[in-house]
Design a protein around this ligand. Structure first.
Ligand SMILES: [Zn+2]
Length: 187
């Protein structure tokens, strides 16, 4: 993902979810310390700054909030995305893959859901993989990795998708990356 391109957000709650899901280079997570609204020629941008709970490094995240800014009826809509996500997880546990896929597509829907929700893409990929579509799974895993580039589980998923597609060199590469990240985060 382009570092300078604002992150699409369809609700204020998602901005916090996004920052909480990011990892610092040291492997630890961020806590939000400030939030600033900036009016740019391209539209309103919300700049959320997080401080690493481990090393104290600060990092700012710019969110494109034009889809909901000033439209108060939309401020609460992460609740619905979260409900779709929980429903999807229940479907996955019960092996209802079609229902899970439908719900996860709603979770990452560019208009109604949150397209920058990495775990939505990750779980959608798992469902696509389980229903025999490793190529489609790979696409969503790549999107998840672009959003959260320091997450071991996402690279394990990428490795499995590559193996299913006969891409042995990438399988080894992703598995190795997953291992390195896992050691770093201590889990
Ligand atoms: Zn850190």
């Amino acid at each position: 993902m382009d570092e300078h391109k604002p992150i699409p957000a369809n609700s204020p709650a998602f901005e916090y979810v996004y920052v909480a899901n990011q990892r610092c280079d040291c492997g630890d997570c961020f806590a939000v310390v400030s939030q600033e609204l900036c009016n740019t020629p391209g539209g309103p941008i919300d700049r959320v700054t997080g401080r690493c709970k481990g090393c104290g490094a600060e990092r700012s995240f710019d969110f494109d909030i034009h889809s909901f800014f000033g439209d108060f009826e939309k401020y609460d809509r992460f609740r619905q995305t979260d409900q779709h996500f929980r429903a999807a997880m229940a479907h996955v546990r019960e092996r209802r893959l079609e229902e899970a896929e439908t719900a996860l597509r709603q979770v990452v829907d560019p208009e109604e859901g949150e397209p920058a929700f990495a775990w939505g893409h990750y779980h959608l990929a798992q469902v696509l993989f389980m229903s025999g579509r490793p190529e489609k799974a790979l696409e969503h895993l790549q999107r998840a990795a672009a959003i959260q580039p320091l997450e071991a589980d996402i690279y394990t998923g990428l490795a499995h998708a590559c193996r299913a597609l006969g891409r042995a060199a990438e399988y080894d590469e992703f598995l190795c990356r997953a291992e390195t990240l896992r050691e770093k985060s201590g889990g």
